[in-house]
Design a protein around this ligand. Structure first.
Ligand SMILES: [Zn+2]
Length: 164
């Protein structure tokens, strides 16, 4: 995996004792990953993901998963608020127009990353891989990652986990 270290200042500490137990998938809603990364590294934006997976499958590593990235906003997952506190935020570089397909590299690298997270944080189960669309409040506030094939992705994660 090709990993680019591009630290973002937009993070805070997770509440003490927080167990990381879910992954939130996003799309950047843009056609320029350099701009996406620059936005996440701009203190003014107050936005970040833990990682962005670009269209070629390169991983832009912005915030340590030990820390709380600022990707979900007002949100709730399984009736629990403040999803940033306990999640990992992974964004795919994609226009989020429902037309641009996510690349094979994005599915494969994203699945390998999430399988790695599950190995490290076993409380993340397959049904705890969610989307910004599903957790954003009020409902309908976000649509990303639009056009992403979640079942296909989970199958890939499962295949990756079955490897020894
Ligand atoms: Zn999002």
């Amino acid at each position: 995996m090709k990993i680019k270290r591009v630290p973002s200042p937009n993070w805070s500490h997770r509440p003490t004792g927080t167990e990381i137990d879910c992954v939130v998938l996003h799309a950047t809603a843009s056609d320029d990953v350099d701009q996406d990364v620059a936005w996440c590294r701009d203190k003014q934006s107050k936005v970040s993901y833990h990682v962005i997976v670009d269209r070629y499958g390169a991983i832009w590593d912005l915030v340590s998963v030990d820390h709380r990235a600022w990707h979900a906003g007002v949100s709730s997952f399984c009736a629990r608020p403040n999803v940033n506190d306990y999640s990992i935020g992974l964004s795919f570089a994609n226009k989020n127009d429902g037309v641009e397909p996510y690349t094979e590299e994005q599915y494969e690298v994203g699945a390998a990353l999430v399988a790695g997270y599950i190995r490290t944080y076993p409380a993340i189960t397959l049904d705890r891989i969610t989307t910004h669309r599903a957790i954003a409040l009020p409902a309908g506030r976000k649509t990303d990652p639009l056009g992403f094939f979640m079942q296909r992705f989970k199958d890939l994660v499962q295949t990756e986990l079955a490897r020894t």
